[in-house]
Design a protein around this ligand. Structure first.
Ligand code: SF4
Length: 334
């Protein structure tokens, strides 16, 4: 059966037309799902009993169950959700001074194999549907009884490897008649799937694009991220420049600092050279040591020196606050 949360409003209207129903009924259902946040068709009391029955026969409403919830001393919460097909996914809620941010997963497992990532050991099973991405936010909101203000696509999976569903989920989250999360409060991260960066630029969505860069030359980047063998730094930078030109949006470059690997002054100099003149921001991430991983965290002294060098040379850089490291929820860096 189709999950009704897999449709953005436009597609839902088409579904209703196809069923011989009035288009505005789709809008009513959309509001029940994303404003009232009901969990069953029976609660949609302004629809006739007949229509509710018809919907029940054709659609299901995906509602996640929490399998496990871990809470960090800094307030970060990590959820493991049962996604109703025998698989489970992870979603993280973080508390920042500007509000609550949810980090959603876009796939069950990941194909990309980034060497510094805790998800690398999780084999790829399948991509999540748009509704399965959106449901992560609804389920967390229900658990905490509060509205979420920011969403980052930085959980398990490569968002742009699940392009259509990710874009559709953004359209659902962003719709003013529903959850109304501003596109500027939504951030999509990628390890660097160049063709999809060109596609995203044309979508006319004002979301933030985060690029997991992590190295300034192809040798180092390929050793950290196999995706660089398919799309190298030069191609990636070209796509980023196109994205900035088309959207007029600033790109956020993620740079995970690993001790004696990419954290010395020479790396900082190369990074300045690479990004000079671009509308961008660099997010420095103290890398998390992962089991069997060969990378370890850079020293605080080196991280600060690296940041200061970038800032002194015209590249805006900040160090990402580590949240949830005691529950293994610290960011995966894409
Ligand atoms: S960092 Fe992101 S893209 Fe890379 S393996 Fe981990 S989840 Fe996949």
């Amino acid at each position: 059966m189709k999950n009704i949360k897999d449709f953005d409003l436009q597609d839902l209207e088409q579904e209703f037309i196809n069923m011989g129903e009035k288009k505005f009924r789709a809008g009513q259902v959309f509001q029940w799902l994303y404003v009232e946040k009901v969990k069953s068709f029976d609660e949609m009391t302004n629809l006739s009993l007949e229509l509710r029955e018809k919907l029940k026969q054709n659609y299901e409403i995906c509602n996640y169950k929490i399998i496990k919830k871990l809470e960090s001393s800094d307030g970060t919460k990590k959820y493991l959700f049962d996604i109703l097909d025998g698989n489970a996914i992870e979603t993280v809620l973080m508390q920042y001074h500007h509000g609550k941010t949810i980090c959603v997963s876009s796939q069950v497992g990941c194909k990309m194999g980034c060497k510094f990532c805790a998800s690398t050991g999780i084999p790829f099973v399948r991509s999540l549907t748009a509704g399965e991405i959106v449901e992560q936010i609804l389920a967390v909101e229900q658990d905490i009884g509060e509205k979420i203000s920011n969403v980052v696509y930085m959980g398990i999976g490569e968002p742009l490897d699940n392009y259509d569903n990710v874009v559709k989920s953004i359209r659902i989250l962003n719709n003013q008649k529903g959850m109304n999360i501003g596109a500027r409060h939504i951030s999509v991260s990628t390890s660097g799937l160049v063709p999809r960066i060109y596609d995203l630029a044309k979508e006319n969505i004002q979301c933030t694009l985060s690029i997991s860069l992590h190295a300034t030359n192809n040798e180092k980047r390929s050793a950290m991220m196999p995706v660089n063998n398919a799309y190298n730094i030069e191609e990636l930078m070209k796509a980023c420049k196109d994205y900035i030109k088309t959207t007029n949006r600033r790109i956020s470059f993620e740079y995970a600092l690993a001790k004696d690997n990419n954290d010395n002054l020479q790396d900082a100099k190369e990074l300045v050279k690479l990004l000079k003149g671009m509308l961008c921001h660099v997010n420095l991430i103290p890398i998390n040591k992962i089991e069997n991983g060969k990378f370890t965290k850079s020293t605080n002294e080196n991280i600060i020196k690296f940041r200061d060098y970038l800032n002194d040379n015209g590249i805006v850089a900040t160090i990402r606050r580590e949240l949830g490291s005691d529950i293994d929820a610290a960011c995966r860096t894409t």
